[in-house]
Design a protein around this ligand. Structure first.
Ligand code: ADP
Length: 249
């Protein structure tokens, strides 16, 4: 319907593991069309926060809203169906499938066309068209028929994003999309991410500050489970408290 992606907001969001508060009182806003980085030292709670946003973890306090809707009680599946997609740090692809068949399966799953082998051709043609378009968007078209196991790691990571995109998300949560990718390929990977449609809001965890400053328009800094500060790359680079955290002084 072309409706604008609503903003994703957390208020007072927190989770405890026993006595340990991994995430505390987080107010985070992802505006429509965001290209927002979530940074912070190891153990700061970044992955835990993404797990709270996707519903993998239940918060022990606070709320999550998508636009006007309180999505805190919704399961992962329900959240995925209303437009929240994520990729994982760990490679979750089927090594023997090709990128094309992986995406065709993902689209079939989304549209409830479970058994591709008996699906009538007229129903499969648009699925293949969409899969090819998605592969093109992720710069994987030349590798459509190469088994996943033969793809360079950076291409596998792009395919994971393509699979997340197959769900037609409004919000994309990327947990270290360039993890394990050689340094000379990570810029290219982020280039592709930054060219995804502008109506998709993207929040990504990234450690490489060069990539963070190159590809984010806003940065949230998480330290010990709490948001230390949030702002434009320029604000964050000039913030003495952020420097303290990163330089350990
Ligand atoms: P980051 O992604 O910023 O490196 P994490 O979100 O992975 O940090 O972890 C934040 C803290 O919460 C860490 O101290 C981690 O050990 C702890 N933690 C994460 N998940 C669990 C869990 N399921 N049970 C107990 N502690 C956890």
């Amino acid at each position: 319907t072309g409706s604008r992606t609503p903003s994703l907001r957390t208020r007072g969001l927190g989770v405890r593991f026993g006595a340990f508060a991994a995430v505390t009182d987080v107010d985070l806003t992802l505006e429509p069309g965001a290209r927002q980085a979530l940074i912070g030292p190891n153990g700061a709670g970044k992955t835990t926060l993404i797990n709270l946003l996707t519903g993998v973890l239940r918060p022990t306090s606070g709320s999550i809203h998508l636009g006007d809707r309180d999505i805190t009680p919704l399961s992962c599946d329900r959240r995925a169906r209303i437009g929240l997609a994520r990729t994982f740090q760990i490679n979750t692809l089927f090594p023997s499938l090709t990128p094309l068949s992986s995406i065709v399966l993902a689209i079939c799953e989304r549209d409830g066309l479970a058994s591709t082998w008996w699906c009538p051709l007229r129903r499969m043609t648009p699925v293949y068209d969409e899969a090819h378009a998605l592969l093109g968007r992720l710069k994987l078209d030349a590798l459509a028929d190469t088994p996943v196991s033969a793809l360079a790691y950076g291409k596998q990571r792009l395919l994971e994003i393509a699979l997340a995109m197959a769900a037609k998300p409004r919000i994309l949560l990327l947990d270290e999309p360039a993890a394990g990718v050689p340094e000379d390929e990570s810029g290219e990977l982020f280039e592709v991410i930054s060219e995804l449609p502008q109506d998709i809001s993207i929040l990504f965890i990234e450690h490489d500050m060069n990539l963070v400053f190159r590809f984010s328009r806003r940065i949230s800094v998480l330290v010990s489970g709490s948001v230390l500060t949030e702002g434009t790359p320029r604000d964050i680079a000039a913030n003495p408290r952020v420097r303290e955290v990163y330089l350990g002084t």
